[in-house]
Write a protein that binds this ligand. Structure first.
Ligand code: PA5
Length: 470
């Protein structure tokens, strides 16, 4: 697809430009030099990552490899076709999707949330309930290893067992290969898979697709098992920045998503990020508004208000990205995803009337995938809906968005809008890359290393100590 044919996502901070409680154009102009410097630092990080130069201590870990990954993968695909990483992912996904009706994806954190976001946003609603034709011949997908929940694991094993005549497959994802949740789940599901395959070890191994780092225990285990295929998570791409590696792309390809369009979308964001000045640059503008709102107005809760059920997991992916990247050294805004209009009936009161510590960023989809459903006139008009006859669900949603934004503005509560032309691979590719770049830029602006998550290690090591001492 040519870049000119891609509909671009937009970011508009107009609702945040509220006197006294918001930001002004002058504030943003004042910050622009620092924003450009932070962008340059992020791009210098990338250059350093590509070079053989020594990485200064304060920059370790330096996981800048995600930045130009989309372009590198697309270039390699254009040159090497089926022998490229994308070609291999597509071939393996096609093979497994042809063999099984259900796939269990094991992984946690950055090794889970991107795949889930793509699944929920891009697949038809109720994908797993549909028959094979309804699913476009793609498998059902379940996510495990993302918790330690006996009942959930037992429930999934039972479900898979109930359909014993059907084959199912496993995608196991862990960069370190040492994450206990994923490792334990793999051992349990591997045993179940072996049982379901009887004595056919070769068959069983062909139903497992590991995605892991270069020197991981999972790699050694998968090699020892004899898994014929394996995918790598490249060094220099951190877990929560890895959606455009096999971590996100393999599950996406299994679901029949167009992974090339996803990467092309991300490349569009990269081009705008590198070339456009503040004011025309969604990444820098988003960072500028969020940063100023936090520093000057105490808006340290960032609400991502997703106007569509399919976007909830996209919001949760972003929650993790922001929290793990910038929640360091006593800093970092609190991310919170809401889905509206659902959560207007739960959190709405607080957002409208509670503490003034929030910036609300709406995630709005311009066009739904399906035909608009309209309210029809009825002889039973006790509900008084005849006066709305002809209005569609998208009309009602638009009114809800405009009405909510107006209510916030009337009370001097700032909002901003990210608009996606559609929920498709191209828009999502742009959005994921926009939010990853924004996180890296904001880290550099704050003097925080956005990569690594030292704070998560404490629980892991305590859990291991406690388990092994028992
Ligand atoms: O962003 C990160 O690096 C983390 O959230 C990891 O993805 C998460 O801890 C899982 O790690 P691993 O892929 O090594 O199992």
């Amino acid at each position: 697809m040519k870049e000119s044919e891609i509909s671009e996502i937009t970011y508009s901070p107009s609702g945040a430009m509220i006197r006294a409680t918001g930001v002004s154009a002058a504030d943003l102009a004042w910050l622009s030099t620092r924003l450009v410097a932070a962008r340059n630092e992020v791009l210098d990080d990338l250059a350093l990552w590509h070079s053989d130069g020594a990485v200064p201590k304060e920059k370790i870990p330096l996981d800048a490899g995600f930045i130009d990954l989309p372009e590198r993968l697309l270039d390699e695909h254009a040159k090497r076709g089926e022998n490229s990483e994308l070609g291999r992912i597509q071939a393996a996904a096609g093979r497994l999707a042809g063999q099984v009706d259900r796939v269990v994806v094991l992984g946690i954190g950055g090794s889970y949330m991107g795949a889930r976001a793509l699944f929920e946003a891009c697949c038809r609603p109720y994908h797993n309930e549909l028959d094979r034709i309804g699913r476009g011949m793609h498998p059902r997908m379940y996510f495990e290893g993302n918790n330690v929940d006996n009942d959930a694991v037992t429930g999934l094993l039972r479900l898979l067992g109930q359909h014993g005549h059907e084959r199912w497959g496993l995608v196991v994802i862990s960069k370190s290969g040492g994450t206990l949740e994923t490792a334990v789940a793999f051992r349990i599901f591997l045993e179940a898979l072996r049982e379901s395959c009887g004595d056919d070890v070769e068959k069983c191994n062909s139903l497992i697709l590991p995605v892991t780092g270069q020197k991981s225990r999972l790699r050694s285990l998968s090699t020892a098992l004899g898994c014929p295929e394996m995918f790598s998570i490249p060094e220099g791409v951190g877990g929560r920045f890895s959606i455009f590696t096999a971590v996100g792309l393999l599950p996406a390809a299994l679901l029949g998503l167009d992974i090339t369009k996803l990467l092309e979308g991300a490349a569009v964001t990269n081009r705008r990020f590198c070339n456009s000045p503040p004011g025309e640059n969604p990444v820098l503008d988003y960072v500028g508004v969020c940063h100023l709102m936090e520093q000057r107005r105490g808006a340290n809760t960032r609400v991502l208000s997703a106007w569509g059920k399919g976007l909830e997991a996209v919001g949760l992916w972003y929650d993790q990205l922001l929290a793990e990247s910038l929640g360091k050294d006593g800093q970092g805004a609190l991310p919170l995803t809401v889905v509206n209009t659902r959560d207007l009936h739960s959190r709405g009161q607080q957002h409208q009337d509670g503490r003034r510590d929030k910036l609300i960023t709406n995630l709005i989809v311009e066009t739904p995938k399906s035909e608009p459903l309209a309210i029809k006139p009825s002889t039973l008009n006790q509900d008084r809906l005849n006066e709305l006859a002809g209005k569609t669900l998208p009309d009602i949603l638009k009114a809800a968005i405009a009405g909510t934004n107006r209510a916030y503005a009337d009370d001097h509560r700032p909002t901003a809008d990210i608009r996606l032309p559609k929920v498709d691979e191209s828009s999502l590719g742009q959005l994921f890359q926009m939010l990853m770049l924004a996180t890296a830029v904001e880290g550099r602006l704050l003097g925080i290393n956005p990569y690594g998550q030292p704070g998560v290690e404490a629980y892991k090591s305590n859990m291991n100590d406690i388990l092994r001492a028992q």
